[in-house]
Design a protein around this ligand. Structure first.
Ligand code: NAP
Length: 320
């Protein structure tokens, strides 16, 4: 089968389309014929060798695949050959024609969700769902600011928070991104490239501040976020690419908090809750992954350039 292989950590050119042996499912494993593989920013950090998790080389990137069950190993009960599924992590990597996953990593894909959309479920929706429900403990009628709402996690968070009855404010850097954020359910949208936009956000809350901020670029925004919080407000750090200085007094004055998490560190019970909640939303139509671009698998290097460029508007899917 064909798969993207990384033989050395480095730039996007390290993503090479190669022939590799077809994996065979052992007991408790599922072989999935991949119809689409989702591209996430962490795939690029891992490829560069700068991520906390460094896989043994060579490896095939990707945790989010959608496709059809090709074969199952002994004892697998959850799915059967021919079922439409998406993966929440895999054993052999998603950027490939076939991927091997543990039974627990494979989940039924709702009929109304396309394969390209299915490749944009686990990392973006899992992260947004966990952040809002388990870290922020969001409640209907609270105000949530999605700082970076036009990307994969951002659109997911806007849809989840809106369906829960929160007031949703979002930011995006382009007119196209802002239009998408409003269309997917935000009450108001702001331009995070415009000087003074945080004052506009504060004004939109009548000077009260926001209850929850989901932050995808903490090294740039965290100090300003702390000043935007209402009393008992919470910043949930989802993404960060460096260091910054904050004034802890901003937390003290508002009895507020900032905390972070990584999806990989979730407990099994949290992971099950996340997948049950997200799957229900996909079934009932409140959650609708947005695909901005489909690229052939061989264009994985281009996808890694595009995902880090400004101007997000949903997910990028690789099609084997
Ligand atoms: P993405 O699809 O590439 O989207 C990136 C988002 O960041 C876009 O909405 C982009 O907006 C926005 N952005 C750019 N500059 C910004 C600024 N100055 N202030 C606020 N937002 C800004 O990425 P993603 O999949 O949503 O992931 C976002 C981040 O979260 C990544 O760093 C990723 O690694 C991280 N993440 C972490 C976890 C975890 O487990 N903690 C899980 C998933 C993702 P424009 O393009 O419109 O400017």
């Amino acid at each position: 089968m064909k798969a993207i292989q990384v033989h050395a950590f480095g730039g996007p050119e390290q993503l090479k389309l190669e022939e590799v042996p077809m994996p065979k499912p052992a007991a408790g494993e599922v072989l999935v014929r991949v119809h689409a593989a989702g591209v996430n920013p962490y795939d690029t950090y891992m490829r560069a060798g700068t991520y906390a998790v460094k896989p043994a080389l060579p490896y095939t990137p990707g945790s989010d695949a959608a496709g059809v069950v090709e074969a199952v190993g002994e004892g697998v009960k959850k799915v059967k050959t021919g079922d439409r599924v998406f993966t929440a992590e895999t054993i052999t990597g998603a950027y490939a024609e076939y991927t091997l996953a543990k039974e627990a990593q494979v989940h039924a894909l709702a009929e109304k969700i396309s394969y390209a959309q299915g490749s944009g479920i686990y990392v973006p929706y899992g992260t947004a769902y966990h952040a809002i429900h388990h870290e922020a403990h969001g409640r209907a009628s609270e105000t949530l600011l999605m700082h970076g709402a036009s990307g994969g996690v951002g659109i997911a968070a806007v849809q989840i928070a809106r369906a829960m009855g929160l007031t949703v404010l979002g930011t995006a850097g382009t007119a196209k991104g802002r239009e998408l954020v409003l269309r997917e359910g935000a009450d108001q949208v702001f331009d995070h490239t415009k000087p003074g936009y945080t004052e506009e956000i504060m004004k939109a809350t009548g000077g009260r501040g926001v209850d929850i901020i989901l932050e995808v670029l903490a090294n740039v925004n965290l100090a300003a976020d702390l000043k935007l919080l209402a009393i008992h407000g919470r910043v949930i750090i989802i993404g960060n690419r460096g260091e910054l200085t904050i004034n802890p007094r901003d937390l003290m004055a508002r009895r507020s908090s900032a905390r972070g998490f990584t999806l990989w560190a979730l407990h099994e019970t949290e992971r099950s809750a996340v997948l049950a909640g997200v799957s229900a939303g996909l079934e009932n139509g409140t959650l609708r992954p947005i695909v901005r671009k489909e690229l052939p698998l061989k264009d994985a290097p281009q996808a890694h350039v595009d995902i880090l460029a400004p101007g997000a508007s949903g997910k990028i899917a690789l099609i084997p």
